[in-house]
Design a protein around this ligand. Structure first.
Ligand SMILES: Cc1ncc(COP(=O)(O)O)c(C=O)c1O
Length: 425
């Protein structure tokens, strides 16, 4: 399937109906599955046979959609989660435990920052945040003996920094740990981090993948490339028998290609249970079927709005990686040559007060705690998504208090520009 173009994979990967079977993926709206004998079911519990017994662990609808996203990212296995938050937490917690340490880019989504800096810290997992612009030497210096993962976002929300995936992967691998990349904003249509060395890719499917603001969800994709057994001392959860699962050693039994997602399903999803509902997985698949058609339009609108904002005297700074002159323009040319996404950040000369008054005057672009759907929306991070962060943390993450993030939808760019112009002037 991976030899096919990205568009064909968006439409067709993950589900191939047999003769007389439904053309659209079936929604298997069932919590449980029936078996004739206890032995049949026992084999599933022992991971000796593949199949379904309880939707918290696996469901056919979810598996079709996860297989499609794995094919899009070029991975070997994937799992859907109930949200992007659950995807990032599970991906990290699958390799960390109390006493572990993470090296993470400081330029990441506020919810993920909080997850790592506060909630995982309470669980005994420590973190060192690094600048996305850090040199190799600076990145190396952040590692400790107990570091178990490196984390970053391809295009960070909302700072719109672009991660140097190749550099981060090189440093992570030199320390024997996987690089986990949240690829929510560009989606695999515009960037496939595995091709640049990332080991695990995560998504808030709530955003462009769904694309219509219809269902919250997440996804984890494994590249199948990280050799867990080569660093068995660092990853006992994958490389030594799991007493809570009949003494299975995931990396031995399922190899590089299957260990990570099997453990995340059999152990973490079993115990923590943030599964995506089959209904939401079906809705997500509808979004995926047009992802390759929608992403270029989002990026086109983003660039048009960014160019317009750049020409306005009321605007202090425009941030859009694919805009010539942007700090991350070169990086975007490397990782996002076909465009990034529809999200543009800008700062008004009048700071926080000007931002508030501008947003009040918008007519077409709505104020929402959301990005990346068909309808354009905007938000002031400092007073909403990032309000848990201090001014110092906001500054370090590149999000001044007067920053506005606008998510360009699929409308005509002329109408978006006209709305912004009337609110500005
Ligand atoms: C880059 C990124 N990762 C993760 C998340 C969290 O995803 P969710 O809201 O689906 O839990 C978000 C949410 O905005 C995000 O932008």
């Amino acid at each position: 399937m991976n030899k096919q173009g990205i568009g064909t994979r968006c439409v067709q990967a993950g589900y191939t109906p047999g003769n007389g079977e439904p053309r659209q993926i079936p929604i298997v709206q069932s919590t449980t599955f029936k078996y004739d004998t206890s032995e049949d079911m026992g084999k599933l519990f022992d991971l000796e046979a593949s199949g379904y017994f309880y939707t918290r662990l696996q469901n056919p609808t979810n598996d079709y959609v996860a297989a499609k996203i794995a094919a899009l990212e070029g991975g070997t296995a994937a799992m859907l989660t109930s949200s992007g938050q659950a995807a990032n937490f599970y991906a990290l917690f699958n390799v960390c435990e109390c006493g572990s340490h993470i090296v993470a880019s400081s330029s990441i989504y506020g919810g993920t920052f909080n997850l790592i800096a506060v909630t995982m810290k309470k669980m005994g997992v420590d973190v060192t945040f690094v600048s996305p612009n850090a040199s190799e030497e600076e990145l190396n210096a952040a590692f400790q003996d107990n570091t178990r993962a490196m984390f970053g976002e391809t295009i960070a929300n909302p700072a719109l920094t672009v991660l140097d995936i190749e550099k981060f992967a090189k440093v992570a691998h030199a320390h024997g740990v996987p690089l986990i990349v949240d690829n929510t904003f560009p989606t695999p249509v515009n960037c496939r981090p595995i091709e640049w060395g990332a080991d695990i890719v995560t998504h808030s499917t709530t955003k462009y993948m769904d694309g219509h603001g219809a269902g919250v969800g997440g996804c984890i994709v494994d590249s199948g490339k990280f050799d867990w057994m080569a660093y068995a001392d660092k990853f006992p959860g994958l490389c030594t028998p799991d007493d809570s699962y009949h003494g299975i050693t995931y990396a031995e039994k399922f190899g590089k290609e299957g260990a990570f997602i099997t453990k995340a399903t059999a152990q973490i999803m079993r115990d923590l249970g943030s599964i995506q509902s089959p209904q939401n997985a079906f809705i997500l698949n509808l979004g995926l079927e047009s992802l390759h058609v929608r992403m270029p339009r989002h990026a086109e609108n983003g660039l048009a709005v960014a160019k317009f904002l750049q020409s306005c005297p009321e605007v202090k700074k425009v941030t859009y990686p694919n805009l010539e002159g942007d700090e991350y323009y070169e990086m975007a040319q490397k990782y996002l040559p076909n465009g990034g996404c529809g999200v543009v950040s800008f700062e008004l000369n009048g700071g926080r007060a000007a931002a508030e008054s501008f947003m009040k005057k918008l007519k077409l672009i709505a104020i929402e705690t959301h990005v990346a759907d068909a309808r354009s929306c905007c938000l002031n991070p400092a007073t909403s998504t990032h309000r848990q962060m201090t001014d110092e943390q906001l500054e370090a993450a590149g999000i001044p208090a007067g920053l506005i993030r606008v998510s360009c939808g699929l409308e005509d760019s002329e109408d978006l520009i006209a709305d912004i112009a009337q609110a500005l002037h």
